[in-house]
Design a protein around this ligand. Structure first.
Ligand code: C6P
Length: 408
């Protein structure tokens, strides 16, 4: 069990006010999480006492910075049980993970007539890079549909996954439905037809234990800012043989071994994919964030979020005219996307904001998902390790007021 009051004291922003006299209630954790003091402190300490460029300096400060930066990579490798930290590539965010794989692996391996299998519940980050690749190469995109309850309909998976499928990429957890997908089963199905399998872990690594060796996936990507870390840092995990065979994504300093005027050779993994001065303090901040989360226990965090989600789904369902999207709490992470009959989701978000409650409204970068539901937008409350039932109660009270304002 987590000590939620103690955890909340670690997040300075949770004690602030959205408006004078109106305490902040932050229920937009799926968009970006808030940062605990140890992360803020580690980043401040680094700038106050250790900053220099990494991998370049002969001086002590640069060595210190390099050790902190590479030490953070090792922490992240341990956090997702990667076999080796050289398989952890630093990026800006999960979006860059898909773009890196699409440009580097995709351009070398996808040909006309090949198929790329995705699902209908993907975030744009796991759609658009493959659309660009498929168009360039003359490959086809296929989609695993979702059922009315927001879970994947796997009944036709055998027809969708064929020897033509070169890549299967899907989300471990939907950022709209909250559905937790059967990742291991899907990886096995992809491998059975010889496909390379990529996992969008942007909403899973921050919220539940993830073990890349147990999942046996080929690529997995996530963002630091959704898991108590800073913005500007993300991670691509890759299977060693694949990363080694892939050409670089971007060229420049640090990613090379030798440079001649007309050609160059590449650095070892993971630096082959890290051109230019990297996000040093951000990597260090993420290293501290994974220490913070691991110390609390990802199982405990997941259990707390399931408890809150269960509570929230029950409480929200009592609001007249509400529709909640996605499966029951037992099958989903800490996300509740909903609409209220007669009120646009943007109006819901704007009105609850007056009560200090931050939720998101819109398509949540999942336009095709909303199109299939026949709606343009949902309101979405999303929870994290510090969310309380009291905060959910405030949201529900505020939604009753929204209905009154609209005279419903
Ligand atoms: N979803 C949300 O409010 P970036 O922007 O690269 O850090 O993460 C992209 C991304 C990829 N996959 C999933 C499942 C995601 O949820 C996200 C980010 C945020 O739902 C911002 S749009």
């Amino acid at each position: 069990m987590l000590d939620i009051a103690k955890i909340r004291a670690d997040f300075p922003i949770l004690a602030t006010e959205a408006y004078p006299g109106v305490p902040l209630i932050y229920l937009d954790n799926a968009a970006s999480s808030q940062k605990p003091l140890p992360v803020i402190q580690a980043m401040s300490d680094y700038y106050q006492g250790h900053h220099a460029n990494v991998h370049r300096g002969i001086h002590k400060l640069s060595e210190d910075a390099t050790n902190l930066y590479e030490g953070a990579r090792e922490k992240v490798a341990r956090f997702i049980n990667a076999p080796d930290s050289s398989q952890i590539v630093w990026l800006r965010n999960a979006t860059e993970g898909f773009n890196l794989v699409a440009y580097s692996w995709g351009r070398a391996n996808i040909q006309a007539g090949d198929e790329i299998l995705l699902t209908e519940m993907e975030h744009h980050a796991n759609l658009v890079p493959w659309q660009i690749l498929a168009e360039e190469k003359g490959a086809a995109l296929r989609f695993v549909p979702f059922a009315a309850d927001g879970t994947l309909d796997l009944s036709n998976l055998g027809d969708l996954l064929t020897e033509k499928t070169k890549l299967f990429s899907f989300t471990a957890m939907s950022n709209v439905f909250g559905t937790i997908n059967p990742v291991k089963e899907l990886v096995e199905a992809g491998h059975a037809v010889g496909a390379v399998v990529m996992v969008d872990a942007a909403q899973s690594v921050p919220h539940m234990p993830v073990d890349v060796q147990a999942l046996d996936c080929d690529f997995l990507t996530f963002s630091g800012h959704k898991m108590c870390g800073p913005t500007g840092i993300g991670v691509l995990y890759g299977r060693r043989e694949l990363l080694e065979a892939m050409p670089p994504f971007m060229g420049g300093g640090d990613m090379i071994r030798r440079v001649h005027l007309t050609h160059s050779s590449w650095n070892d993994l993971p630096w082959k994919f890290e051109a230019g001065t990297p996000s040093i303090v951000e990597a260090i901040g993420l290293g501290t964030a994974v220490d913070y989360l691991a110390n609390l226990g990802m199982d405990n965090i997941h259990a707390h979020e399931q408890f809150i989600t269960n509570y929230a789904l029950e409480a929200l369902s009592e609001v007249t005219g509400v529709t909640i999207y996605g499966p029951p709490a037992s099958q989903k992470g800490g996300v509740a996307a909903f609409t209220i009959k007669g009120v646009h989701p943007h109006d819901i978000a704007e009105l609850v904001d007056k009560d200090g409650i931050a939720i998101r409204a819109g398509h949540h970068c999942a336009m095709p998902l909303h199109k299939k539901l026949g709606i343009s937008a949902t309101a979405r409350a999303s929870f994290y390790l510090h969310t309380t039932t009291g905060e959910v109660d405030k949201l529900v009270e505020s939604l009753h007021r929204v209905r009154q304002i609209f005279r419903l």
